[in-house]
Write a protein that binds this ligand. Sequence first.
Ligand code: C2E
Ligand code: MG
Ligand code: MG
Ligand code: MG
Length: 286
Amino acid sequence: KAKNAGRNQFAVFTREMFAQAQHRLHLSRDIRHALEDGDFRVVYQPIIDIRDLSMIGVEALLRWEHSDGYAVPPQEFIRVAEETGIIGRLGQFALDRALSDMAHWKSLSADLPWLAVNVSGAQIHEAGFAEQLSVLLHQHRIEPEQLHLEITEEVLIENLARNRRMLHKLDEIGMRIVVDDFGVGYSSLSYLKNFPISVVKIDRGFVRDIVSDPEDQAITRTICSLAGDLGMQTVAEGVETDEQLALLASYRCSFAQGFLFSRPAEADDIAEMIAGSLPWREESAG
Ligand code: C2E
Ligand code: MG
Ligand code: MG
Ligand code: MG
């Protein structure tokens, strides 16, 4: 009897794995088609200077509405794209679109100091990544210093020497390296000194309960002060309330990003925000 149950469990397990693999394969095929059909979009979320509440830059975020009407969460399609080797093309699309929107904003009005784009570990090691980026920057007449490449902590841990070489190469071109979702992985701040990091982005998980949780307060305060001492700037993700913002200001966090200021917005809306005709934060308009 136990033997039978075991066999059945095994059968269920493999069927589930098969279904998962098939789902992944379908999604991967759909990503390819969506890229060809121009179904991917890029939206932008403002990043705010905490000292004067001015908009210092934006983060580019991919969006995909599947042809069956379902908005696929970025985390899901990014993971599948990484696993199936299409992240290079998808990431290149995001970079290309974001840089051309940046060039367009520049042609309309004031220049935005920063453009942050997320890049995957697999993507930065695609042949010619740094060279292609240099060409894109040149084409769009954007200074390398304006481009902030957001990488996650894991990228720093895995394949240390190879990643360090690549990050130094990108840093030498002038681009800024940002560590995204900091604090959820394994690295410590002192470990970051091995890499050319300009900005540390504090994970939303620490900001969420910062007003009520003394541990999250201690962690965030420590990240802000140590990063500052190491010559790095800090961005707090997922800022949703004035109380969170006030605490972050008291910790001397440099920048903030979150629904308090704006949800990710279309490129045209960002152009209006830069021009100042659209209050990106209602309370600050009065
Ligand atoms: P991320 O880089 O950490 O981006 C921040 C995420 O937090 C975004 O989710 C954003 O919409 C969300 N967010 C911002 N403010 C708030 C807030 O106040 N409250 C809450 N609850 N959420 C907030 P999104 O757009 O779903 O993206 C998820 C992740 O997908 C990103 O996390 C990033 O890791 C990845 N991703 C998105 N676009 C790209 C891309 O072009 N390339 C790569 N490699 N990854 C991307
Ligand atoms: Mg990011
Ligand atoms: Mg993040
Ligand atoms: Mg995140």
